[in-house]
Ligand binder design. Structure first.
Ligand code: ADP
Ligand code: MG
Length: 514
Protein backbone atom coordinates (compact mmCIF):
# COMPACT_ATOMS: atom_id res chain seq x y z
CA UNK A 1 0.00 0.00 0.00
CA UNK A 2 1.37 3.41 -0.93
CA UNK A 3 3.01 5.33 1.91
CA UNK A 4 2.39 8.02 2.79
CA UNK A 5 -1.11 7.82 1.32
CA UNK A 6 -1.84 10.15 -1.57
CA UNK A 7 -4.58 12.56 -0.46
CA UNK A 8 -6.77 14.87 -2.44
CA UNK A 9 -5.32 18.40 -2.42
CA UNK A 10 -8.17 19.61 -0.16
CA UNK A 11 -7.66 16.82 2.33
CA UNK A 12 -3.91 17.32 2.44
CA UNK A 13 -4.39 21.05 2.99
CA UNK A 14 -6.76 20.36 5.92
CA UNK A 15 -4.29 17.90 7.42
CA UNK A 16 -1.46 20.38 6.99
CA UNK A 17 -3.50 23.12 8.60
CA UNK A 18 -4.28 21.12 11.74
CA UNK A 19 -0.72 19.80 11.97
CA UNK A 20 0.71 23.30 11.69
CA UNK A 21 -1.70 24.66 14.29
CA UNK A 22 -0.78 21.80 16.61
CA UNK A 23 2.90 22.62 16.09
CA UNK A 24 2.49 26.34 16.64
CA UNK A 25 0.41 25.90 19.77
CA UNK A 26 2.62 23.20 21.34
CA UNK A 27 5.93 24.95 20.85
CA UNK A 28 7.22 22.95 17.89
CA UNK A 29 8.68 26.25 16.72
CA UNK A 30 11.78 28.21 15.71
CA UNK A 31 12.61 31.88 15.56
CA UNK A 32 12.04 33.22 12.05
CA UNK A 33 14.97 33.99 9.76
CA UNK A 34 14.53 37.66 10.62
CA UNK A 35 15.46 36.82 14.25
CA UNK A 36 12.44 38.82 15.39
CA UNK A 37 11.97 38.16 19.11
CA UNK A 38 8.20 38.60 18.96
CA UNK A 39 7.35 35.98 16.34
CA UNK A 40 7.88 32.30 15.81
CA UNK A 41 7.37 29.91 12.92
CA UNK A 42 6.72 26.20 13.16
CA UNK A 43 9.80 24.04 12.79
CA UNK A 44 9.97 22.06 9.54
CA UNK A 45 8.18 18.75 10.17
CA UNK A 46 7.07 15.68 8.28
CA UNK A 47 3.34 15.33 7.78
CA UNK A 48 3.51 11.61 8.59
CA UNK A 49 5.72 9.50 10.85
CA UNK A 50 8.38 7.61 8.88
CA UNK A 51 8.52 3.81 8.83
CA UNK A 52 11.56 2.57 10.75
CA UNK A 53 12.49 -1.10 11.38
CA UNK A 54 11.35 -1.93 14.91
CA UNK A 55 14.23 -4.29 15.51
CA UNK A 56 16.83 -1.65 14.61
CA UNK A 57 15.09 0.97 16.73
CA UNK A 58 15.15 -1.38 19.70
CA UNK A 59 18.78 -2.22 19.01
CA UNK A 60 19.68 1.48 19.09
CA UNK A 61 17.94 1.90 22.44
CA UNK A 62 19.54 -1.26 23.81
CA UNK A 63 23.13 -0.21 23.10
CA UNK A 64 22.82 3.37 24.33
CA UNK A 65 23.88 2.62 27.91
CA UNK A 66 27.00 0.90 26.60
CA UNK A 67 27.77 3.93 24.46
CA UNK A 68 27.21 6.23 27.45
CA UNK A 69 29.61 4.10 29.50
CA UNK A 70 32.17 3.97 26.70
CA UNK A 71 32.28 7.75 26.39
CA UNK A 72 32.34 8.24 30.16
CA UNK A 73 35.40 6.02 30.30
CA UNK A 74 37.11 7.84 27.45
CA UNK A 75 36.41 11.16 29.18
CA UNK A 76 38.29 9.95 32.23
CA UNK A 77 41.15 8.16 30.45
CA UNK A 78 43.94 10.72 30.30
CA UNK A 79 46.39 8.47 28.51
CA UNK A 80 43.93 7.69 25.75
CA UNK A 81 43.03 11.34 25.21
CA UNK A 82 46.70 12.31 25.20
CA UNK A 83 47.51 9.70 22.59
CA UNK A 84 44.49 10.07 20.34
CA UNK A 85 43.63 13.77 20.56
CA UNK A 86 46.91 15.18 21.85
CA UNK A 87 48.82 13.40 19.09
CA UNK A 88 48.72 14.63 15.53
CA UNK A 89 45.19 16.02 15.62
CA UNK A 90 46.10 18.94 17.86
CA UNK A 91 49.14 19.69 15.72
CA UNK A 92 47.07 20.43 12.63
CA UNK A 93 43.73 21.50 14.09
CA UNK A 94 43.79 24.77 15.96
CA UNK A 95 40.36 24.37 17.50
CA UNK A 96 41.14 20.98 19.00
CA UNK A 97 44.49 22.34 20.13
CA UNK A 98 42.83 25.16 22.04
CA UNK A 99 40.49 22.75 23.80
CA UNK A 100 43.32 20.35 24.50
CA UNK A 101 45.43 23.08 26.07
CA UNK A 102 42.61 24.03 28.41
CA UNK A 103 42.20 20.42 29.41
CA UNK A 104 45.94 20.03 30.07
CA UNK A 105 46.19 23.24 32.02
CA UNK A 106 43.27 22.41 34.30
CA UNK A 107 44.55 18.88 34.85
CA UNK A 108 47.87 20.32 35.92
CA UNK A 109 46.30 22.87 38.24
CA UNK A 110 44.04 20.21 39.74
CA UNK A 111 40.45 19.53 38.72
CA UNK A 112 38.04 21.20 41.15
CA UNK A 113 34.96 19.26 40.13
CA UNK A 114 35.25 15.52 39.49
CA UNK A 115 31.57 15.21 38.49
CA UNK A 116 30.49 15.94 34.94
CA UNK A 117 27.27 15.50 33.00
CA UNK A 118 26.89 14.04 29.55
CA UNK A 119 23.80 14.71 27.50
CA UNK A 120 24.70 12.55 24.57
CA UNK A 121 23.10 11.71 21.28
CA UNK A 122 24.20 8.78 19.19
CA UNK A 123 23.16 9.20 15.54
CA UNK A 124 22.44 6.36 13.12
CA UNK A 125 21.37 5.63 9.58
CA UNK A 126 19.87 2.39 8.36
CA UNK A 127 22.33 0.70 6.04
CA UNK A 128 20.63 -1.15 3.18
CA UNK A 129 23.13 -1.47 0.33
CA UNK A 130 21.60 -1.88 -3.12
CA UNK A 131 24.01 -3.88 -5.17
CA UNK A 132 24.83 -6.75 -2.90
CA UNK A 133 24.99 -10.22 -4.37
CA UNK A 134 23.33 -12.01 -1.48
CA UNK A 135 20.30 -10.73 0.40
CA UNK A 136 21.39 -9.05 3.59
CA UNK A 137 18.88 -7.44 5.86
CA UNK A 138 19.19 -3.75 6.71
CA UNK A 139 21.44 -2.91 9.64
CA UNK A 140 21.92 -0.03 12.04
CA UNK A 141 25.09 2.05 11.52
CA UNK A 142 26.40 4.89 13.64
CA UNK A 143 27.03 8.24 11.96
CA UNK A 144 28.55 9.94 14.98
CA UNK A 145 28.36 10.29 18.75
CA UNK A 146 27.64 13.78 20.10
CA UNK A 147 28.99 14.76 23.50
CA UNK A 148 28.30 18.50 23.36
CA UNK A 149 25.17 20.51 22.72
CA UNK A 150 23.03 17.59 21.56
CA UNK A 151 19.98 19.49 20.40
CA UNK A 152 16.34 18.88 19.47
CA UNK A 153 15.46 16.86 22.58
CA UNK A 154 12.47 19.07 23.30
CA UNK A 155 11.27 19.47 19.73
CA UNK A 156 11.66 15.75 19.08
CA UNK A 157 9.25 15.06 21.95
CA UNK A 158 6.84 17.56 20.43
CA UNK A 159 6.95 16.08 16.93
CA UNK A 160 6.36 12.60 18.38
CA UNK A 161 3.31 14.04 20.14
CA UNK A 162 2.16 15.68 16.90
CA UNK A 163 2.18 12.39 15.00
CA UNK A 164 0.63 10.57 17.96
CA UNK A 165 -2.16 13.15 18.02
CA UNK A 166 -2.78 12.90 14.28
CA UNK A 167 -3.05 9.11 14.51
CA UNK A 168 -5.19 9.02 17.65
CA UNK A 169 -7.62 11.65 16.48
CA UNK A 170 -7.88 9.93 13.10
CA UNK A 171 -6.81 12.90 11.07
CA UNK A 172 -5.14 10.62 8.58
CA UNK A 173 -7.37 9.25 5.84
CA UNK A 174 -8.69 5.73 5.33
CA UNK A 175 -6.85 3.44 7.72
CA UNK A 176 -3.37 2.74 6.49
CA UNK A 177 -1.80 -0.05 8.57
CA UNK A 178 1.07 2.26 9.62
CA UNK A 179 -1.31 4.95 10.80
CA UNK A 180 -4.00 3.05 12.62
CA UNK A 181 -2.09 1.63 15.57
CA UNK A 182 -0.91 4.24 18.08
CA UNK A 183 1.34 1.67 19.79
CA UNK A 184 3.54 1.63 16.68
CA UNK A 185 4.57 5.17 17.56
CA UNK A 186 7.06 4.90 20.43
CA UNK A 187 6.74 7.27 23.40
CA UNK A 188 9.46 9.88 23.35
CA UNK A 189 10.45 11.25 26.74
CA UNK A 190 13.56 13.10 25.55
CA UNK A 191 12.44 16.45 26.92
CA UNK A 192 11.75 15.20 30.43
CA UNK A 193 14.72 12.83 30.40
CA UNK A 194 17.18 15.59 29.54
CA UNK A 195 15.55 17.97 32.05
CA UNK A 196 15.85 15.28 34.72
CA UNK A 197 19.54 14.87 33.84
CA UNK A 198 20.16 18.59 34.35
CA UNK A 199 18.24 18.53 37.62
CA UNK A 200 20.16 15.50 38.91
CA UNK A 201 23.46 17.22 38.20
CA UNK A 202 22.21 20.35 39.96
CA UNK A 203 21.35 18.36 43.10
CA UNK A 204 24.64 16.47 42.93
CA UNK A 205 26.34 19.87 43.14
CA UNK A 206 24.16 21.07 45.98
CA UNK A 207 24.69 17.90 47.98
CA UNK A 208 28.40 18.05 47.53
CA UNK A 209 28.87 21.75 48.26
CA UNK A 210 26.00 22.49 50.62
CA UNK A 211 25.15 25.47 48.44
CA UNK A 212 21.61 26.78 48.90
CA UNK A 213 21.05 29.23 46.06
CA UNK A 214 22.93 27.84 43.11
CA UNK A 215 21.32 27.89 39.67
CA UNK A 216 21.85 26.07 36.41
CA UNK A 217 23.23 28.16 33.54
CA UNK A 218 22.49 27.30 29.92
CA UNK A 219 25.05 29.01 27.69
CA UNK A 220 23.84 29.78 24.19
CA UNK A 221 24.93 31.28 20.86
CA UNK A 222 24.08 34.84 19.88
CA UNK A 223 21.10 34.95 17.51
CA UNK A 224 20.00 31.40 18.25
CA UNK A 225 17.11 30.38 15.99
CA UNK A 226 16.52 27.06 17.70
CA UNK A 227 15.59 29.02 20.83
CA UNK A 228 12.40 27.18 21.71
CA UNK A 229 14.05 23.78 21.88
CA UNK A 230 16.10 25.39 24.64
CA UNK A 231 13.23 27.30 26.22
CA UNK A 232 11.01 24.21 26.51
CA UNK A 233 13.83 22.54 28.41
CA UNK A 234 14.23 25.60 30.61
CA UNK A 235 10.50 25.69 31.41
CA UNK A 236 10.53 21.95 32.16
CA UNK A 237 13.39 22.36 34.63
CA UNK A 238 11.85 25.43 36.25
CA UNK A 239 8.16 24.56 36.26
CA UNK A 240 8.18 20.83 36.79
CA UNK A 241 11.30 20.51 38.91
CA UNK A 242 11.31 23.98 40.50
CA UNK A 243 15.00 24.36 39.79
CA UNK A 244 16.18 27.80 38.62
CA UNK A 245 17.88 27.88 35.24
CA UNK A 246 19.22 30.99 33.55
CA UNK A 247 19.93 31.13 29.81
CA UNK A 248 22.78 33.43 28.84
CA UNK A 249 24.71 34.08 25.60
CA UNK A 250 28.35 32.96 25.67
CA UNK A 251 29.40 36.48 24.60
CA UNK A 252 27.82 37.97 27.75
CA UNK A 253 30.05 35.92 30.02
CA UNK A 254 33.21 37.84 29.11
CA UNK A 255 32.86 40.25 31.99
CA UNK A 256 30.30 38.66 34.27
CA UNK A 257 31.98 35.49 35.57
CA UNK A 258 34.36 35.06 38.45
CA UNK A 259 35.55 32.36 40.84
CA UNK A 260 34.95 32.44 44.54
CA UNK A 261 38.37 32.84 46.19
CA UNK A 262 37.44 30.37 48.92
CA UNK A 263 36.29 27.34 46.91
CA UNK A 264 36.39 28.27 43.20
CA UNK A 265 32.60 28.29 42.97
CA UNK A 266 31.53 29.83 39.66
CA UNK A 267 29.87 33.19 40.20
CA UNK A 268 27.79 35.08 37.68
CA UNK A 269 27.14 38.77 38.21
CA UNK A 270 24.23 39.82 36.00
CA UNK A 271 24.18 43.26 34.46
CA UNK A 272 22.30 45.48 36.97
CA UNK A 273 19.62 46.34 34.48
CA UNK A 274 18.52 42.74 33.93
CA UNK A 275 14.82 42.47 34.79
CA UNK A 276 15.20 38.86 35.92
CA UNK A 277 17.68 39.85 38.60
CA UNK A 278 17.12 43.35 39.94
CA UNK A 279 19.91 43.03 42.47
CA UNK A 280 23.34 42.60 41.00
CA UNK A 281 24.72 40.28 43.64
CA UNK A 282 26.60 37.28 42.23
CA UNK A 283 24.74 34.07 41.51
CA UNK A 284 26.43 30.74 42.18
CA UNK A 285 26.28 28.36 39.22
CA UNK A 286 25.77 24.66 39.94
CA UNK A 287 25.87 23.38 36.37
CA UNK A 288 27.04 24.87 33.10
CA UNK A 289 25.07 23.45 30.20
CA UNK A 290 26.56 24.37 26.81
CA UNK A 291 24.34 24.85 23.77
CA UNK A 292 27.31 26.54 22.10
CA UNK A 293 31.11 26.29 22.28
CA UNK A 294 31.33 23.32 19.88
CA UNK A 295 32.43 25.22 16.78
CA UNK A 296 35.30 27.69 16.17
CA UNK A 297 32.72 30.30 15.16
CA UNK A 298 31.17 30.14 18.67
CA UNK A 299 34.36 31.68 20.05
CA UNK A 300 33.69 35.17 18.74
CA UNK A 301 36.82 36.67 20.28
CA UNK A 302 39.74 35.37 22.34
CA UNK A 303 37.61 36.27 25.38
CA UNK A 304 35.40 33.23 24.81
CA UNK A 305 38.47 31.03 25.20
CA UNK A 306 39.25 32.75 28.50
CA UNK A 307 35.66 32.21 29.58
CA UNK A 308 35.85 28.53 28.70
CA UNK A 309 39.05 28.19 30.72
CA UNK A 310 37.61 29.99 33.72
CA UNK A 311 34.53 27.77 33.72
CA UNK A 312 36.70 24.68 33.44
CA UNK A 313 38.73 25.83 36.46
CA UNK A 314 35.59 26.27 38.53
CA UNK A 315 33.69 24.08 40.95
CA UNK A 316 30.60 24.07 38.70
CA UNK A 317 29.60 20.79 37.07
CA UNK A 318 30.05 21.02 33.30
CA UNK A 319 27.86 19.56 30.60
CA UNK A 320 30.18 18.74 29.00
CA UNK A 321 33.64 19.15 30.50
CA UNK A 322 36.41 19.89 27.98
CA UNK A 323 37.60 16.29 28.33
CA UNK A 324 34.12 15.04 27.44
CA UNK A 325 34.00 17.32 24.41
CA UNK A 326 37.40 16.02 23.26
CA UNK A 327 36.14 12.45 23.73
CA UNK A 328 33.39 13.19 21.21
CA UNK A 329 35.70 14.18 18.37
CA UNK A 330 35.64 12.16 15.19
CA UNK A 331 39.22 10.99 15.59
CA UNK A 332 38.15 9.12 18.73
CA UNK A 333 35.32 7.44 16.84
CA UNK A 334 37.78 6.32 14.18
CA UNK A 335 40.37 5.02 16.64
CA UNK A 336 37.68 3.05 18.52
CA UNK A 337 37.08 1.04 15.36
CA UNK A 338 40.68 -0.17 15.20
CA UNK A 339 41.67 -3.52 16.74
CA UNK A 340 41.90 -3.82 20.53
CA UNK A 341 40.85 -0.24 21.35
CA UNK A 342 37.33 -1.10 22.45
CA UNK A 343 38.80 -3.73 24.76
CA UNK A 344 40.39 -0.95 26.74
CA UNK A 345 36.98 0.32 27.79
CA UNK A 346 34.41 -2.46 27.51
CA UNK A 347 35.08 -5.71 29.31
CA UNK A 348 32.39 -8.03 28.02
CA UNK A 349 32.98 -9.55 24.58
CA UNK A 350 29.24 -9.60 23.91
CA UNK A 351 28.82 -5.93 24.80
CA UNK A 352 31.76 -5.02 22.57
CA UNK A 353 30.26 -7.01 19.72
CA UNK A 354 26.96 -5.15 20.07
CA UNK A 355 28.79 -1.85 19.71
CA UNK A 356 31.06 -3.03 16.92
CA UNK A 357 28.05 -4.14 14.88
CA UNK A 358 27.03 -0.47 14.64
CA UNK A 359 30.38 0.68 13.19
CA UNK A 360 31.12 1.17 9.52
CA UNK A 361 34.63 1.27 8.10
CA UNK A 362 36.71 4.16 9.46
CA UNK A 363 40.31 5.04 8.62
CA UNK A 364 42.91 7.48 9.80
CA UNK A 365 44.73 9.52 7.17
CA UNK A 366 48.27 9.07 8.48
CA UNK A 367 50.91 8.12 5.92
CA UNK A 368 51.14 4.36 5.60
CA UNK A 369 47.50 3.95 6.63
CA UNK A 370 45.10 2.61 4.01
CA UNK A 371 42.96 5.75 4.29
CA UNK A 372 44.54 7.89 1.59
CA UNK A 373 44.76 5.05 -0.92
CA UNK A 374 41.07 4.23 -0.47
CA UNK A 375 40.01 7.85 -0.59
CA UNK A 376 41.86 8.47 -3.84
CA UNK A 377 41.09 5.11 -5.41
CA UNK A 378 37.35 4.79 -4.71
CA UNK A 379 36.17 8.17 -3.45
CA UNK A 380 32.51 7.43 -4.26
CA UNK A 381 32.45 5.02 -1.30
CA UNK A 382 33.49 7.59 1.31
CA UNK A 383 33.02 10.78 3.28
CA UNK A 384 36.00 12.69 4.66
CA UNK A 385 35.39 14.41 8.01
CA UNK A 386 37.29 17.07 9.92
CA UNK A 387 37.13 17.38 13.74
CA UNK A 388 34.06 19.58 13.62
CA UNK A 389 30.46 19.60 14.82
CA UNK A 390 27.33 21.32 13.68
CA UNK A 391 26.97 20.25 10.07
CA UNK A 392 28.26 21.44 6.71
CA UNK A 393 31.90 20.48 7.24
CA UNK A 394 32.24 17.12 5.53
CA UNK A 395 33.69 16.36 2.11
CA UNK A 396 31.85 13.80 0.03
CA UNK A 397 32.74 11.35 -2.72
CA UNK A 398 34.35 12.89 -5.81
CA UNK A 399 35.22 16.06 -3.90
CA UNK A 400 37.66 14.10 -1.75
CA UNK A 401 40.66 13.65 -4.10
CA UNK A 402 40.96 17.33 -5.12
CA UNK A 403 40.50 18.30 -1.48
CA UNK A 404 43.36 16.01 -0.43
CA UNK A 405 45.52 17.52 -3.16
CA UNK A 406 44.75 20.97 -1.85
CA UNK A 407 45.80 19.89 1.67
CA UNK A 408 49.00 18.51 0.20
CA UNK A 409 49.73 21.88 -1.39
CA UNK A 410 49.24 23.55 1.99
CA UNK A 411 51.64 21.06 3.58
CA UNK A 412 54.42 22.55 1.47
CA UNK A 413 54.21 25.73 3.52
CA UNK A 414 54.99 23.66 6.61
CA UNK A 415 58.42 22.39 7.48
CA UNK A 416 59.82 18.99 6.50
CA UNK A 417 58.72 16.23 8.87
CA UNK A 418 55.75 18.21 10.20
CA UNK A 419 52.38 16.55 10.68
CA UNK A 420 50.37 16.68 7.46
CA UNK A 421 47.08 18.54 7.15
CA UNK A 422 45.15 15.42 6.17
CA UNK A 423 45.80 13.90 9.62
CA UNK A 424 43.20 16.25 11.03
CA UNK A 425 40.58 14.28 9.05
CA UNK A 426 39.12 10.82 9.17
CA UNK A 427 37.76 8.75 6.32
CA UNK A 428 34.40 7.03 6.75
CA UNK A 429 32.55 4.57 4.60
CA UNK A 430 29.25 5.94 3.34
CA UNK A 431 26.18 4.38 4.85
CA UNK A 432 23.56 3.56 2.20
CA UNK A 433 20.07 4.28 3.48
CA UNK A 434 17.12 2.33 2.05
CA UNK A 435 15.65 3.61 -1.20
CA UNK A 436 12.04 4.28 -2.00
CA UNK A 437 11.18 6.14 1.22
CA UNK A 438 8.77 9.01 0.63
CA UNK A 439 7.60 11.80 2.92
CA UNK A 440 5.63 14.99 2.81
CA UNK A 441 7.89 17.73 4.15
CA UNK A 442 6.26 20.84 5.57
CA UNK A 443 8.06 24.16 5.86
CA UNK A 444 6.69 27.31 7.48
CA UNK A 445 5.39 29.78 4.92
CA UNK A 446 4.69 27.16 2.25
CA UNK A 447 1.02 26.42 1.69
CA UNK A 448 1.65 22.90 0.44
CA UNK A 449 3.80 20.06 1.66
CA UNK A 450 6.59 18.82 -0.56
CA UNK A 451 6.52 15.13 -1.47
CA UNK A 452 10.11 13.92 -1.65
CA UNK A 453 12.36 10.92 -1.68
CA UNK A 454 13.93 10.93 1.76
CA UNK A 455 16.53 9.56 4.16
CA UNK A 456 15.94 9.41 7.92
CA UNK A 457 18.59 9.69 10.62
CA UNK A 458 17.81 8.33 14.08
CA UNK A 459 19.34 9.87 17.19
CA UNK A 460 19.18 8.28 20.65
CA UNK A 461 19.63 10.51 23.68
CA UNK A 462 21.67 9.29 26.61
CA UNK A 463 22.25 10.89 30.00
CA UNK A 464 25.42 10.08 31.94
CA UNK A 465 26.33 11.62 35.27
CA UNK A 466 29.82 10.51 36.11
CA UNK A 467 32.42 11.04 38.77
CA UNK A 468 36.06 10.81 37.92
CA UNK A 469 38.00 8.70 40.41
CA UNK A 470 41.33 9.80 41.80
CA UNK A 471 44.58 8.16 40.67
CA UNK A 472 44.91 6.58 44.14
CA UNK A 473 41.54 4.93 43.63
CA UNK A 474 42.74 3.44 40.38
CA UNK A 475 41.43 6.15 38.03
CA UNK A 476 38.48 5.68 35.70
CA UNK A 477 35.00 6.76 36.70
CA UNK A 478 31.97 5.99 38.76
CA UNK A 479 28.59 6.07 36.99
CA UNK A 480 26.17 8.07 39.11
CA UNK A 481 23.49 7.81 36.47
CA UNK A 482 23.38 6.09 33.08
CA UNK A 483 20.17 6.24 31.09
CA UNK A 484 18.57 6.17 27.67
CA UNK A 485 16.03 8.97 27.60
CA UNK A 486 14.48 9.39 24.16
CA UNK A 487 14.98 9.68 20.45
CA UNK A 488 15.07 12.02 17.47
CA UNK A 489 14.27 11.31 13.86
CA UNK A 490 15.44 13.81 11.27
CA UNK A 491 14.43 13.35 7.67
CA UNK A 492 16.04 15.00 4.69
CA UNK A 493 15.58 14.99 0.96
CA UNK A 494 17.74 12.28 -0.59
CA UNK A 495 19.59 14.82 -2.72
CA UNK A 496 21.17 16.59 0.26
CA UNK A 497 24.24 15.08 1.91
CA UNK A 498 23.99 16.93 5.18
CA UNK A 499 21.10 17.24 7.56
CA UNK A 500 20.88 20.39 9.65
CA UNK A 501 17.28 21.33 10.52
CA UNK A 502 17.69 24.96 11.51
CA UNK A 503 19.52 25.60 8.24
CA UNK A 504 16.61 24.13 6.33
CA UNK A 505 17.96 20.91 4.85
CA UNK A 506 15.86 18.54 6.91
CA UNK A 507 12.69 18.19 8.96
CA UNK A 508 11.74 16.86 12.38
CA UNK A 509 10.08 13.49 12.13
CA UNK A 510 9.15 10.53 14.31
CA UNK A 511 9.34 6.81 13.68
CA UNK A 512 6.44 4.45 13.11
CA UNK A 513 7.88 1.05 13.94
CA UNK A 514 7.41 -1.61 11.29
P1 ADP B 1 28.31 16.87 12.24
O1 ADP B 1 29.10 16.65 13.48
O2 ADP B 1 28.70 18.08 11.50
O3 ADP B 1 26.83 16.74 12.50
P2 ADP B 1 28.11 14.25 11.00
O4 ADP B 1 29.17 13.24 11.12
O5 ADP B 1 26.88 14.01 11.80
O6 ADP B 1 28.74 15.68 11.27
O7 ADP B 1 27.71 14.37 9.46
C1 ADP B 1 26.72 15.27 9.02
C2 ADP B 1 25.70 14.54 8.15
O8 ADP B 1 26.34 13.92 7.04
C3 ADP B 1 24.96 13.42 8.85
O9 ADP B 1 23.83 13.91 9.53
C4 ADP B 1 24.59 12.50 7.71
O10 ADP B 1 23.41 12.95 7.07
C5 ADP B 1 25.76 12.67 6.74
N1 ADP B 1 26.75 11.61 6.98
C6 ADP B 1 27.78 11.64 7.84
N2 ADP B 1 28.48 10.49 7.82
C7 ADP B 1 27.88 9.69 6.92
C8 ADP B 1 28.14 8.37 6.43
N3 ADP B 1 29.17 7.64 6.87
N4 ADP B 1 27.30 7.87 5.49
C9 ADP B 1 26.26 8.60 5.02
N5 ADP B 1 25.98 9.85 5.44
C10 ADP B 1 26.77 10.40 6.37
MG1 MG C 1 25.74 15.11 13.11
Amino acid sequence: MEYPPQLSPEHERDLLAIASDYSLSHGLVLRPLSHSTTTSIHAPYSLYPSPFPRQLFEQALRIQESYNRLYAKITTDDQFLERVVGGNVTKVDEFQRNLYRIWKQVKQEGVKQPISLGIFRSDYLVHAPQNQSQETSPSLKQVEFNTISSSFGALSTRVSQLHQFLVESQQYPSPHPYLSNPTSLPENEALEGIAQGLVDAHYAYKNETGSKDARIMMVIQDNERNAFDQRLLQWQVMEKHKVPLIRIPFSQLRTSLSLSPSNSALLYTPPTSSPSSPSASPIEISLIYYRTAYSPSDYYTPHEWSTRLLIEQSLAIKCPSVAMQLAGCKKVQQVLSTPSELERFIEGEEEREELRKSFVGLWGMEDGNEGEELARGEPERFVLKPQREGGGNNIYRQDIPPFLSKLEEEDKTRGEGEVKGKEGYILMELIEPPRGMTQVLVKAGEEEGRRADVVSELGIYGVMLLKEKKEEEGGGCEELRNETVGHLLRTKGRESDEGGIAVGFSVLDSPVLV
